[in-house]
Structure formats: C-alpha cells, structure tokens
Design a protein around this ligand. Structure first.
Ligand SMILES: [Zn+2]
Length: 368
C-alpha cells in the first residue's frame, strides 16, 4: 500500500479516544511481515502497540497516537470516510496524526540501514494520556527498549510541510480556586463578605502582570482564566462562594512548585485585604516544560528536511503538550509532522503531496 492508501485506511477506523484497537490490529498486520516483533500493551481501556526490528543499540523510535478528537458537525465528507478530492485527503486524523503514521509506515520498506527501528503507538494522547505513553516509558526501560532518539509525528508544520520542528514544549498547570465568603443581605453588606470581590481582585492581579518575558528558546508564559462562576439565583443576596479556574502555559523559568507558591502567595495578599474570606486552591499539574538540547539530532533531522525541501526547518517550542513530555525523560526527542492548520478542525485535511514529502523525510531520518 502506498502512503495515501495507508492514510485512508487508518482514517477509516473510528478511533475517538480511547478507541483504536482495530486500527492497531491493522498496523500490526502491516508490520509483522516487515520483520517487526510486535507487542500490545493495554492499560485499562487504552491500547498501546510497540514494535521493534533489530536489536542494535543505535535504536531509533517513531512515536504516535491513532486516537482522534471528536469530529464536530457539518463536514463536507464524512469524517471517517477518508475521501480524496482534488489531491486532498479529508478525514479526522488526516494531519493529527494518522497521516504522519501512514508516512512512517510507507517509508519503512524503503529504509536501508543497520539501525534498529521501532514504533510506539497509543490510543490515548488526545484524552487523559494516563494509560498511554506515560505507562509505556517504565516498560521500555525495564525491557531494554530505550531508544537513542525518538521522533514524534505530531503536526508541527506551519506553512509548508517540515518547515518547523519542535524541540521542546512549554509546561501546563491548572488551578481550581474556590473563595468562601459570608452570605448575607445585599442591603446589609457589613454583615456579610461577598465571595466574588476577593476572587475578582485575585484574578485581576494575576492577569495584569506578566509571568516573564520569555527566554531564547521559549515564548513568554501565559495565564488564562478558563472558568468563572458565582452561583446565585437572586438579586438581593450577597454570594457566599465563588469559583474560578486558571490554566498556565509556562516556560522553564517556572516549575509546578514555583507557580503553586506564586498563586498561593497572591491569594494570601488578597485575603489580607478582605479578612473575612478563605481561598481553597487546588493545583492540577499536567506537564513540565522541556527542551531537547541534542544538537546532533536537530542537525540530523534538519539535514533530512533540507535534502527534501531545500531549506532547513525552524526549531520551535510553541504549541500545546504532546507525548514528547513523557519521552524526553529517557532520550532526546524531536517532533516533526504535517501542517497543523486543520488539526482538530471540521474538514481536517492533508495535501496528498505533503504525505509523500513527509514519507521521504521520515525515510531519510531513520536511515541516517
Ligand atoms: Zn496529535
């Protein structure tokens, strides 16, 4: 099967997180005749596949996810049909990231190298990501499968395929904030403490000062209010409780611990002004920031891109989190894939030519 047929086939499996076992079965049946030893590593409702060829220490791994986000409505073609029209392939997962998996699978039979090559796929990257790659990392370590280098096929490209690779990512942490005041009559405010006011002041303070100015490798950190509510059915009652949630995308100038301390300190300052209120703050850490400082692998991947595109890719640490946040703990990791313009959108699609270009670049990287 060529790269387009493979991509169509993968798209035709409905793999809304954490579904995807059928899709992994198909990939297993493709890999085994190519000499790969395939292992399935299910955890809970999540299925994972690890396949490796050769035992050489120069072991390179491709990492991906077959699961996809919900389709949404009003698609021009059914989202799991894999329709090709005017040299464009449509379907949920076309760029994020079944198209990239197809490009890697199509490249495999043509890779001439002594490297040991492996592929690690999960059905839970878009979801909680608890039973996917996070669980496989210790298994790789225990079974002598830690690679020398890993490439994640997330859609990193901006204008043309492979114009951008990701060599790190910002971290992510959320906080649930509850303010307990004292409910009372609106006409007698001295007998109550409005729970909304301290919350508004805290959020105002948090959003009016930048967390930092960014670093050489990273954008400035940003803090966003993502939920806000003051439950109240009437107009004559001062609310006694209020709620907010914030999410922070942060660079290595911060850590889970430093941000938790910062938020708690800011809450204490507000409490000092209001007295009669209590903050209860829950930190929900998701991903620490990381950067891959491996010049060797950045150079190798750049060379492969340049051979195909005529220009080297740009390194970036922008964007959301990916499974690279788990893999960087055991080996250098870079991310390179299709255009991210339509990822998670209705009518997600990929140019057929982009699939072909990416296949050639993957082939080049893995036979280095
Ligand atoms: Zn993805």
């Amino acid at each position: 099967m060529n790269v387009v047929e493979l991509a169509q086939k993968l798209i035709q499996f409905d793999t809304l997180t954490p579904k995807g076992s059928d899709c992994l079965n198909f990939i297993q049946s493709y890999l085994e005749p190519l000499g790969f030893e395939v292992q399935r590593l299910p955890f809970g409702s999540v299925d994972n596949l690890f396949a490796r060829k050769g035992t050489n220490n120069s072991h390179l791994m491709f990492v991906g996810h077959v699961d996809v986000v919900p389709t949404g409505d009003n698609w021009g073609h059914p989202p799991f049909s894999g329709v090709v029209e005017d040299s464009i392939l449509y379907g949920r997962g076309a760029v994020d990231m079944k198209g990239a998996i197809a490009a890697f699978l199509a490249a495999l039979p043509n890779i001439k190298s002594n490297n040991s090559i492996s592929i690690l796929l999960t059905t839970d990257e878009e979801g909680p990501a608890k039973d996917g790659i996070a669980k496989i990392i210790p298994w790789l370590q225990a079974n002598n499968h830690v690679p020398a280098f890993a490439l994640v096929g997330e859609p990193t490209s901006v204008h043309t395929v492979a114009d951008t690779i990701k060599n790190g990512r910002r971290g992510s942490i959320s906080f649930d904030i509850i303010v307990h005041g004292k409910q009372g009559h609106v006409a007698y405010p001295h007998l109550a403490q409005n729970a909304a006011n301290p919350l508004v002041m805290l959020l105002q303070n948090l959003t009016s000062q930048p967390l930092d100015e960014g670093t050489v490798d990273f954008d400035p950190s940003n803090l966003e209010i993502v939920k806000l509510s003051v439950p109240n059915d009437v107009y004559n009652v001062i609310p006694g409780v209020s709620y907010a949630s914030i999410n922070i995308r942060f660079n290595p100038m911060h850590s889970f611990k430093s941000l938790e301390e910062y938020i708690n300190l800011e809450a204490l300052k507000v409490k000092a002004q209001y007295g009669l209120c209590d903050f209860s703050i829950t930190a929900l850490p998701s991903a620490e920031p990381f950067i891959t400082h491996s010049d060797e692998w950045v150079a190798k991947v750049s060379k492969a891109v340049e051979a195909e595109n005529g220009s080297a890719p740009k390194c970036s640490t922008s964007g959301g989190t990916s499974d690279a946040r788990f893999i960087h703990k055991i080996c250098p990791v870079l991310e390179l894939g299709l255009l991210n313009k339509t990822a998670h959108h209705v009518n997600e699609h990929v140019l057929l030519n982009d699939l072909i270009v990416l296949e050639k670049i993957y082939q080049q990287i893995f036979q280095e």
